[in-house]
Design a protein around this ligand. Structure first.
Ligand SMILES: Cc1ncc(C[n+]2csc(CCOP(=O)(O)OP(=O)(O)O)c2C)c(N)n1
Length: 528
């Protein structure tokens, strides 16, 4: 019987059925539903799968590596920018290798539906020199978790799965496999494998390099990669992951007349590319994200071939692909059924009615009036909407944690006071170390922590700070007399302005915790 699952849920179910003992993750669209599915399914408790949120992607990656060290299967999930945060252990996990199977799932967001950039995680897989999988359907996503964890245990390396928003967030029927039992506790036989002292690391690196041909051969033999020579050699199509669907949506009577190479397992080898480049002079590459394959093709095919894709300008360089873009590039007119009717009108996001951030920004806008309005360094979360009217309160939003550190840098440059606005989850994710820098320097920055007791932007996951935020700040060395807690409510407006104004005048570090539960989680908890 088929089970109707989102791409993210298919990965989660695939992981459960593959015998994982744990999933580690920090929320981030479009990856969040993987962890949420595992947390909410009954079997998780019955068979004891560890599934608590991590404080950030780096702690998630390292915990997963620890679970793999102990011999168990594990997945670690994040959005693409999360992989930047996890990059240090991710890169080094390729050198240590793994013991129990370890799969890293990174969900990319081309078109930036809910992200600051549209970086392509496939570069990280190539950078780390590990095998990579890119599902084109939810069924493949499910199957690839089994396959990937086996591959990871065969070669004793982490395996990266890269997917994109459309696949993560659309549903189809999945046929499940039989469930595997969890691995037994079993630490590595090689006692130096995980000790990356230079002498060991050099050996480990040579070992990783020696596996590259095997990874290529595996990709060549893989059922996830397929070549079909459909006869008309005028153009050859290479399509990766979800893009294969956009090609097939342009099929006439279910058929594409050009040779088609589907790539869903990496590394890309010359052998795979030869299949198509030997029969077609012109090759058109469809890949969501960056021109990852297109760039590599130059080194893999002859000078006589013509490569078309995002780099050549035949396909837009940015944004996600869709059936019309693919159809246009193939010279196929869109069918009437493929045209998107203009009934969905974009509307700008706004803070929820009754959101605590509204009162925080209203007070901040008053308190800052005696200074120039160019000094509020913000961060990523619901409160980033303070950038929009009617607030227009913030001047920056770059990456998680950057509010405090950018404010510090600006204060070091003489822009005092500099103000940082950061959410509670973002604070523990990557704000705490920046605050420690500011404490050590007694920087004249004013850190406003918008503590709504949840990770609001990604749907209300628990926040690591709840119930311990003041102690964390004090523990980091913030002075008691300059650690203020306010309640952002309209009735406290004047008091809150006064507290902010007084702290803005102080030449040194202040932290103001603006604390009121998120209106959404409060109503879910039936407090209203
Ligand atoms: C490295 C990274 N990981 C995850 C995300 C996704 N993300 C954006 S904001 C956010 C946390 C928001 O929570 P909080 O700071 O408490 O603010 P709130 O939305 O509750 O106001 C998350 C998880 C991201 N943008 N970057």
């Amino acid at each position: 019987m088929k089970q109707l699952l989102l791409g993210d849920e298919a990965i989660a179910q695939g992981a459960i059925d593959s015998g994982i003992s744990g999933v580690y993750a920090y929320p981030g669209t479009p990856s969040t539903e993987i962890m949420e599915y595992i947390q909410h399914i009954e079997i998780t408790q019955n068979i004891g799968i560890h599934c608590a949120w991590s404080t950030n992607e780096k702690t998630a990656m390292e915990s997963a590596l620890g679970m793999s060290y102990a011999g168990k299967r594990v997945i670690v999930c994040m959005k693409h920018v999360g992989l930047n945060v996890a990059a240090d252990p991710f890169m080094n996990a390729a050198i240590t290798g793994v013991n129990g199977g370890l799969m890293v799932v990174s969900a990319d967001d081309p078109s930036m539906h809910s992200s600051q950039n549209e970086q392509d995680s496939r570069f990280f897989g190539k950078f780390a020199l590990i095998p990579m999988l890119e599902p084109s359907t939810q069924q493949e996503a499910y199957d690839m978790v089994h396959y990937g964890l086996d591959l990871s245990e065969t070669f004793k390396v982490p395996v990266l799965m890269r997917l994109t928003t459309r696949l993560a967030h659309s549903r189809t029927g999945i046929t499940r496999k039989e469930s595997l039992p969890q691995n037994l506790l079993n630490t590595p036989k090689n006692k130096s494998q995980f000790i990356l002292l230079p002498a060991n690391a050099r050996l480990r690196y040579k070992n990783l390099l020696s596996l590259q041909k095997d990874f290529e051969n595996k990709a060549f033999d893989s059922n996830f990669n397929q070549f079909t020579d459909n006869g008309d050699h005028q153009i050859g199509i290479i399509a990766c992951g979800i893009a294969i669907n956009y090609v097939m949506e342009n099929a006439i009577d279910g058929k594409i007349k050009y040779p088609l190479l589907k790539i869903s397992q990496y590394p890309v080898s010359k052998k795979i590319i030869d299949q198509i480049s030997s029969v077609c002079k012109t090759i058109l590459v469809f890949e969501d994200g960056y021109p990852f394959i297109e760039e590599q093709l130059k080194g893999l095919i002859s000078n006589n071939n013509v490569i078309k894709g995002r780099l050549s300008g035949d396909i837009p360089r940015d944004g996600e692909l869709n059936p019309s873009i693919v159809g246009n590039a193939l010279g196929i007119a869109p069918a009437e059924t493929m045209k998107v009717p203009g009934i969905v009108v974009n509307r700008p996001p706004t803070l929820c009615k009754g959101c605590s951030h509204i009162d925080t920004f209203n007070a901040l806008n008053e308190a800052i009036k005696t200074y120039t309005s160019d000094r509020v360094f913000s961060d990523i979360g619901c409160y980033t909407l303070g950038a929009l009217p009617p607030f227009n309160s913030i001047n920056t939003c770059v990456d998680m944690g950057a509010s405090i550190t950018m404010a510090k840098g600006a204060a070091d440059a003489g822009l005092v006071p500099a103000i940082a606005v950061i959410g509670d989850s973002t604070f523990t994710h990557s704000g705490m170390t920046g605050l420690l820098d500011a404490v050590i320097n007694n920087s004249t920055i004013k850190v406003i922590i918008c503590d709504n007791e949840t990770t609001g932007m990604t749907g209300g996951q628990p926040s690591s700070t709840t119930g311990r935020l003041e102690q964390i700040c004090l523990g980091l060395g913030v002075k008691r007399e300059h650690l203020k807690v306010i309640v952002p409510l309209r009735k406290n407006h004047q008091d809150n302005i006064k507290i902010m104004t007084d702290e803005f005048e102080y030449k040194g570090l202040s932290v103001i915790i603006s604390q009121r539960e998120c209106i959404q989680t409060a109503s879910r908890n039936k407090k209203f």
